[in-house]
Design a protein around this ligand. Structure first.
Ligand code: ZN
Length: 268
């Protein structure tokens, strides 16, 4: 394990305690098996549309986000693309997903309504968690889950610096996250046409090339039916934001938070 998130650290502490108490040499593999026995496996599916530039995202956005989730204990991480059969989400995969992460930009209109309806129902009726990021603000699933147009006031790709500000440090998605900067971003401006959020977790300050600053909401949550929803604004495809460790930590926290309290809700 190369990822030193809080779960990884606590597992190491457990390993140390186990060795001291029992005086028995457990292998790492047997400890992993023990940890997995104690908690049911969950599944997060990371979906994107294959339109990000290869120079920035050689294996597309879904893989970059998925790599950042590898430190999640007891979670299986699966990538899916609109270019896969059934637009990446067979009934079987969708029913087994506890969380769906969505990144789209140029191909929103290509996503079939039949699939969107299934996603919306999984969130509202079954409690599947849903995370939309950056240009997925305008995706069919987010718009239909929230029931609003989900447009921003403006979209300007001038490579402004983004300072992400933790607005609600008590929220689980902000756990362990301090304010941080992204060197370049595309900025979306408030207001954001969405229902009143349950939590305003991250704010943002843009520093424009001319030195002036503006602020815009970066991370918001809702509960819709049985499902939890998180929108996270950073993630324009020209910039390697999904490789940034602070953003990866936010995604790990968000998966844990939007994930239903019980695994595989369709099967219980
Ligand atoms: Zn963008």
């Amino acid at each position: 394990m190369t990822d030193f998130n809080e779960d990884g650290i606590s597992r190491r502490r457990f390993l140390g305690a186990g060795l001291a108490l029992a005086g028995t040499a457990f292998s790492a593999a047997s400890l992993d098996a023990f940890a997995q026995q104690g908690a049911p496996r969950r599944k997060v599916v990371v979906w994107s549309e294959g339109t990000a530039p290869k120079s920035v995202y050689p294996n597309d956005v879904n893989t970059a986000i998925a790599e950042g989730l590898k430190g999640l204990r007891n979670w299986d991480v699966v990538t899916a693309s609109i270019n896969d059969p059934e637009q990446g989400l067979t009934d079987e995969l969708l029913k087994s997903a506890n969380v769906l992460i969505w990144w789209g930009h140029k191909r929103h209109d290509d996503v079939k309504q039949e699939l969107v309806t299934k996603i919306v129902n999984r969130v509202k009726d079954d409690g599947m968690g849903f995370i939309a990021t950056h240009s997925a603000h305008y995706s069919k699933p987010l718009k239909q889950i929230l029931g609003t147009n989900c447009g921003w006031k403006y979209y300007i790709n001038d490579g402004a610096k983004l300072s992400v500000v933790v607005k609600d440090s008590t929220h689980p998605i902000a756990r362990g996250v301090k304010d941080f900067d992204c060197p370049k971003t595309e900025r979306y401006g408030d207001p954001f046409e969405v229902p009143k959020p349950e939590a305003f977790v991250f704010d943002g300050i843009y520093t424009l090339p001319n030195g002036t600053t503006e602020h815009s909401q970066q991370g918001l949550t809702w509960t819709v039916g049985k499902g939890r929803v998180f929108y996270f604004q950073p993630g324009h495809e020209d910039y390697p934001m999904y490789f940034q460790e602070e953003i990866r930590a936010i995604f790990r926290n968000a998966v844990r938070w939007v994930g239903p309290r019980r695994a595989n809700p369709a099967n219980v």
